[in-house]
Design a protein around this ligand. Structure first.
Ligand code: CTP
Length: 380
């Protein structure tokens, strides 16, 4: 349909980038990118009119967003980017599809599929993306790629971790050399942090973290963290805990990346950790949990460790954020108690009928007392 609208205007349109990669991998896609050799904003406008939906143009970028049937479509005019000098903002000019693909990061992200009627569905693969997808390789399109855009160093490792791919030999060499030239620290912090946020959202964040370490950028991103077998074990335990939590409490599924981050930042000084959370624009509840962790963790750990009765476990953990509880579970000597709390104690119910006549605080206290009585008697 986009193809037909584009043709009506004398343009050609193509599906491009990550969506082509994901379709070839058999994944579901919701964000769909198109490029138009011509006026993409005009095509988006006509598409939106036809479906009676809103459209959001960004004339300075030559792009527009349209939401149709649950899909987020982005239409962009094909463009070329040239870098006046490494790391600089690129100069953008209109260009052919080939040039638009050539400015991209990796071969697997630089394929297109035609949506024009004469060759609808044809894969356009100038740089061997399909072969690399089959060989499970991340490969840059040209030697300066990482220097021009250091964020790509992290992107390469994010895709490698997510897909279980390797870097091609030459790409690995180029990545290492860009890192040793200080590419990460010279890049804008905001862009780097943005990319780390994306990594945190990945199911296989731990694999990505391992790659950060292998290629010596972990210490540049998480300044003040020293990697140790102990930390690694803890993160691996956290991964098991997250898997358990996902299966056990599917309704509570959450952004587990933040829990990994909390564990990583645990050893830092509070001010450093807070500064990091600000840099990465962590939501306020993550910052709150971090504070609780840094300030209250020791006393909670102590009372939990000493707790004998179920009610004592309950009292130590009640009203604590779930993120904090999952983090506590990484400590071997506390794990079973937190688990008991999450599985049973927090769900203990009492029959309110019994307290007819009470209200407000009195009622609340009576209920809590009764709950603790039940858990100490019935759950022993
Ligand atoms: N791209 C690039 N260099 C970057 C960022 C993006 O070349 N630093 C290109 C890639 O071709 C990528 C496309 O822009 O496929 C879209 O970027 P983005 O939406 O960030 O990536 P996706 O590949 O869609 O990845 P994800 O699955 O994580 O959304």
């Amino acid at each position: 349909e986009i193809g037909i609208i584009a043709e009506g205007l004398g343009f050609k349109a193509y599906l491009v980038g990550g969506v082509v990669r994901d379709i070839l991998l058999g994944k579901e896609v919701w964000d769909v990118d198109f490029v138009v050799e011509g006026d993409a904003i005009k095509v988006a406008e006509l598409l939106a009119q036809k479906h009676k939906v809103e459209f959001h143009p960004f004339p300075e970028f030559g792009t527009a967003h349209v939401k149709v049937k649950g899909l987020k479509l982005e239409l962009a005019t094909t463009r070329r980017e040239t870098y006046p000098h490494p790391g600089a903002y690129p100069l953008v000019e209109y260009a052919s599809l080939r040039e638009d693909l050539l400015r991209r990061d990796f071969t697997i992200n630089a394929m297109a599929v035609s949506v024009n009627s004469q060759d609808f569905g044809t894969l356009i693969d100038y740089f061997g993306g399909l072969r690399d997808l089959k060989d499970r390789l991340i490969r840059v399109l040209h030697p300066l790629s990482f220097v021009e855009d250091p964020v790509r160093i992290l992107r390469a490792l994010r895709f490698a971790g997510r897909l279980g791919f390797k870097l091609s030999k030459s790409t690995e060499r180029l990545l290492r050399s860009a890192v040793s030239l200080g590419a990460i620290s010279s890049a804008p912090k905001g862009r780097i942090m943005n990319e780390v946020r994306l990594a945190l959202r990945e199911e296989r964040f731990l694999e990505i973290l391992e790659l950060y370490r292998k290629y010596q950028i972990l210490a540049e991103i998480f300044k003040g963290i020293t990697w140790s077998p102990k930390l690694e074990k803890k993160l691996l335990r956290l991964r098991d805990i997250i898997t358990w939590h996902k299966i056990e409490f599917p309704k509570e599924v959450m952004d587990y990346g933040w829990v990994y981050l909390l564990v990583l930042l645990e050893e830092m000084k509070e001010e450093e950790g807070m500064a990091f959370l600000r840099d990465i624009s962590a939501p306020s509840w993550v910052r709150e949990t971090y504070k609780i962790m840094k300030r209250g963790s020791k006393s909670t750990e102590k009372s939990l460790l000493e707790a004998k009765r179920n009610s004592e476990v309950y009292l130590s953990l009640k009203n604590k954020p779930l993120y904090f509880l999952l983090m506590l579970m990484t400590k071997e000597n506390l794990k079973e108690k937190v688990k008991l709390y999450l599985e049973k104690l927090r769900f203990v119910k009492v029959n309110v009928e019994k307290f007819r006549g009470l209200s407000g605080r009195e009622l609340g206290e009576a209920i809590e007392k009764e709950k603790m009585k039940i858990m100490d008697e019935a759950l022993e």
